[in-house]
Design a protein around this ligand. Structure first.
Ligand code: SF4
Length: 683
């Protein structure tokens, strides 16, 4: 047999939000290796075990290769015409019966920017509703709301390169060594070169081993913790008075609030010793160029937006944002393109580039490009979509690349919602938990099989290129959305991904300077990038903040307790998160060699609790919350604090999201994954 020579395709990793540049080696139409690009702007020649090795799923015999249609209760293979005809008739019937708002779509970080742009355009132009949301609702929607309120834009304030110049790193509610390994390594490199490190996390995460101070607050007490640090900055004179006078608002209100957060009171609320609080505040407060990096341990709370804003207060008090005296406030995005999904307007209240649907000027800009009126009332958020489905008000739901039955909280009720909805369409690689509840399952391409762009955690657009074609009849989400629109008699325009990004730039001036052509030439370009002749802005707010008055806004939100507290019936707090070898629901990383690296899910619990609840290391236990039940294998570990247990969500079969509650951030509806009261018992 003759073999083709190996070829290389440069693309961007489709797992976490770091955005590593990868060289994909293919031979005879198959991926044989994935190598980190030496000149990758973020990864600088490195990659982690996910990006490098988790590509075996591409050729898994479980890949969906033909559309599936539910008949007599069973999903059966059909042709694309029949599947799309069913989708088109179902969407039309839903609109006829309940109006455009009886239809909703959930987009995701699995989709490229161009696909996300097309999804929201489909919903607004073809259906006539703002009922479109994306998976950022479940992770960093409080970052979007909080950072916009504090500084004016919905993104991290500085680049990773800036952060790596900091002389003090405050890493909060994040485990980058496992969840964002390339960032974890770059932060660690900085620490080994002399930067101070403060880690604030209930668990003894990897970076905590190298921390000068490790703060271990009780889950759900972040706002009190941040106020405690701010109190010390103020009382010890570690603030930037000139910055506060010239570039910030809200100091009197915050000063009054912080009177209630002296170290001893904060110690009572958070469990963090006052001496540790003082030591941490002094390290951050006395540094010449401090930086804050944070993760979902800040956002996934009942008061997640207050958490983001209270954390941002620290940078404002220090004048360490928008100046050369620090490197801002930087969220670590969990998924590859969760920043981009929101940037592209796959949100119920925001158009591409974050224009509000309630703002006539933003609507008319989109209307001028799309040629149809844009609905002016905000649409449903993801949890509200499920509630509307259970109430019988939502008649069609299109889920694109998100396994909501595995990754959304209170999963039993999510499944009820899908079963109550007359039409559920699912774009998927595999027969996921969600696809099992769908009426139509459309087989789609993965990140190694499509063309477009992603935006990483520090706002860089980078190119995504197909290394191999999708299998058999699978198509890209981009093609599927176009085909569905055609089946409904609408031409969505922008026939190629490059056209879609160009059109997005006409709707959203903040992206007007970007193009595939330019990205092919220059590599990574951060937004804002309004001008094709100018570089994007890696560091934001150097002249003014993007708020109406150009000033950063301090927030004075009091600490409020989480939605659940431990009690006699449910004495432990469950925290969920990520582990090193897997990604989200694990549908890709569990199909290949990474499964051997990390083969089962564990419930981590502290040795004291193992004794207290008579649980042996390696024993199978039943975990119960007020919402559901899961079965897990225990791992006795001091990484988890007494009174807390930890589990990932990479193995849906163990059912961890049947445990989590529907408590959600009061501002953005982001679920409180980080605080669920549970008990463990013998199986
Ligand atoms: Fe890089 Fe994240 Fe991909 Fe790992 S998963 S290679 S850190 S982008």
């Amino acid at each position: 047999a003759s073999h083709q020579a190996a070829s290389l395709t440069r693309t961007t990793c489709g797992y976490c939000g770091v955005g590593c540049s990868l060289e994909v080696v293919t031979r005879d139409g198959e991926v044989t290796a994935v190598l980190p690009a030496r000149d990758g702007p973020v990864n600088q020649g490195h990659a982690c075990v996910k990006g490098r090795f988790a590509h075996g799923y591409l050729t898994s015999p479980e890949r969906l290769t033909r559309p599936l249609l539910r008949r007599d209760g069973h999903l059966e293979p059909v042709g694309w015409d029949e599947a799309l005809g069913h989708v088109a008739r179902g969407l039309r019937a839903a609109v006829d019966a309940g109006g455009p708002d009886a239809v909703a779509a959930i987009s995701s970080a699995r989709a490229t920017n161009e696909e996300n742009y097309l999804v929201q355009k489909f919903m607004r132009v073809v259906i006539g509703t703002n009922n479109v949301d994306n998976c950022s609702r479940l992770c960093h929607s409080p970052s979007a709301a909080g950072l916009t309120a504090s500084f004016g834009l919905s993104g991290g304030t500085d680049s990773l390169d800036d952060v790596e110049r900091a002389d003090c790193l405050l890493v909060v509610g994040a485990n980058p060594v496992e969840a964002h390994p390339v960032v974890g390594a770059r932060l660690l490199r900085r620490v080994l070169h002399g930067a101070k490190l403060v880690v604030a996390d209930p668990r003894a995460v990897g970076l905590a081993l190298h921390a000068d101070v490790h703060l271990r607050p009780r889950p759900g007490t972040n706002v009190a913790l941040f106020h405690g640090l701010a109190h010390i900055l103020l009382t010890e004179g570690l603030t930037d008075e000139e910055f506060l006078r010239d570039r910030a608002t809200g100091l009197p209100e915050l000063t009054e609030l912080l009177d209630d957060y002296p170290p001893h009171r904060v110690a009572d609320i958070t469990g963090v010793p006052a001496s540790d609080l003082i030591a941490a505040a002094r390290l951050y407060g006395r540094a010449r160029r401090p930086a804050i990096v944070y993760g979902l341990g800040v956002t996934e709370h009942l008061h997640g937006t207050d958490g983001v804003r209270s954390l941002a207060n620290l940078a404002i008090l220090r004048g360490a944002v928008g100046t050369d005296r620090g490197h801002g406030v930087n969220p670590l995005r969990g998924q590859n393109n969760v920043q981009g999904a929101s940037d592209m307007g796959a949100l119920p209240d925001l158009l591409p580039g974050y224009g509000k649907v309630t703002d006539p000027a933003a609507r008319s800009r989109a209307e001028a490009v799309w040629g149809v009126p844009v609905p002016e009332h905000p649409g449903l958020r993801i949890p509200d979509m499920f509630a509307a489905a259970r109430a019988g008000d939502l008649r069609a739901l299109w889920v694109i690349g998100e396994d909501v039955c595995a990754t959304d909280p209170d999963a039993n009720r999510v499944a009820q919602a899908l079963d109550a909805c007359p039409l559920v369409v699912c774009n998927e690689l595999f027969l996921s938990e969600t696809a099992r509840h769908a009426d139509v399952v459309l087989p789609v391409a993965s990140w190694l099989e499509k063309d477009g762009t992603f935006v990483n955690f520090d706002r860089r657009f980078q190119r995504v290129r197909p290394a191999v074609p999708p299998p058999a009849e699978a198509r890209t989400d981009f093609d599927v959305i176009h085909a569905a629109a055609s089946a409904m008699g609408v031409d969505l325009g922008c026939p190629t991904p490059a056209d879609a990004l160009a059109e997005c730039g006409r709707v959203a001036p903040v992206f007007a300077g970007l193009s595939h052509h330019r990205l092919d030439r220059e590599g990574a370009i951060p937004w804002p990038c309004p001008n094709p002749d100018r570089p994007g802005e890696a560091k934001l707010y150097t002249e003014r903040f993007a708020t109406p008055d150009g000033r950063a806004r301090l927030a004075a939100a009091p600490y409020l307790p989480p939605g659940e507290q431990p009690d006699d019936d449910y004495p432990l707090i469950l925290v969920t998160g990520r582990r090193w070898a897997h990604y989200n629901s694990g549908s890709m990383t569990r199909r290949g060699g990474n499964l051997a690296l990390d083969p089962v899910d564990f419930l981590d619990l502290h040795p004291d609790d193992a004794v207290r609840y008579d649980v042996q290391d390696g024993a199978q236990v039943t975990v119960e919350s007020r919402h559901g039940r899961a079965r897990l294998i225990t791992r006795v570990s001091e990484q988890t604090a007494p009174g807390q247990v930890f589990c990932s969500f990479h193995f849906p079969a163990s059912g961890v999201n049947r445990l989590t509650s529907d408590h959600a951030d009061t501002v953005t509806s982001c679920p409180e994954y980080k605080v669920t009261a549970v008990r463990v018992a013998a199986p």
